[in-house]
Design a protein around this ligand. Structure first.
Ligand code: GDP
Length: 209
């Protein structure tokens, strides 16, 4: 591990605590700490990634019924709090009623546009599927809100090296066409702990930056 990764690992292995769930904008916490937002399709592996980053088994609940999680969940890191991780509601769930999708969009858009303490977003993409239209829509929301983001491939262990390289290259090429996407792509597996140390250090640097 690099010095930065060691420092990040130490911080993430310390206090990480659930703060609150905000189903509407008026329930957001006071904007008194930097925030890093985690976005991704339902089932992309967001809960697993949050658990891997923080070294916990069940910080974020895995595989909650899709559609039930229409809230922004805030977690505090550090003692005293250095920054917050924001678990954004998963998108792209099948058969969601239009009203649910509309509420999701409004909540996410309003949060992204109005949050001065939001330092960075992570857009999680399932390595088996690559970018889908719902991911593109999320990236567009972030572009429009001028929130810079890292694209993170998840479940990399599920692919052969050659398949993974093809998805990585295609995703990277497309990400470069988005105004607010950072040029680096993160390849991760929560299961095999691949790319986790690097991502943790990047999140800390983003929060401090
Ligand atoms: P969420 O809905 O985005 O929070 O996704 P979850 O974290 O609940 O993961 C969805 C499913 O993918 C679960 O069955 C996980 O066990 C699985 N999963 C998540 N991350 C990985 C990974 O890195 N590798 C593999 N093989 N499976 C994963």
């Amino acid at each position: 591990m690099t010095d930065e990764e060691e420092q990040a690992a130490k911080l993430f292995s310390g206090r990480v605590e659930f703060l609150l769930s905000a189903p509407q904008l008026k329930f957001l916490p006071e904007p008194i700490a930097p925030e890093i937002a985690f976005c991704g399709r339902s089932n992309v592996g967001k809960s697993s990634l949050l658990n891997a980053l923080t070294g916990r088994k069940a910080l974020a609940r895995t595989s909650v019924t899709p559609g039930r999680t229409q809230e922004l969940n805030f977690f505090e890191v550090g003692e005293p709090t250095q920054f917050r991780l924001v678990d954004m509601p998963g998108y792209g769930f099948a058969k969601a009623p239009p009203k649910v999708v509309e509420n999701w969009k409004r909540l996410v858009r309003d949060y992204l546009r109005g949050r001065a303490v939001l330092k960075r977003a992570l857009v999680l993409v399932d390595a088996r599927h690559g970018l889908k239209d719902v991911d593109r829509e999320m990236m567009k929301l972030l572009d429009e809100a001028a929130v810079t983001y890292r694209v993170v491939l998840t479940k990399a262990d599920k692919l052969k090296a050659s398949e993974l390289e093809a998805v990585r290259a295609a995703t990277e090429t497309e990400a470069k066409t988005h105004a607010a996407a950072l040029p680096v792509l993160h390849v991760t597996s929560s299961e095999k702990k691949m790319g986790i140390d690097e991502l943790r250090a990047a999140v800390l640097a983003d929060a401090e930056g």
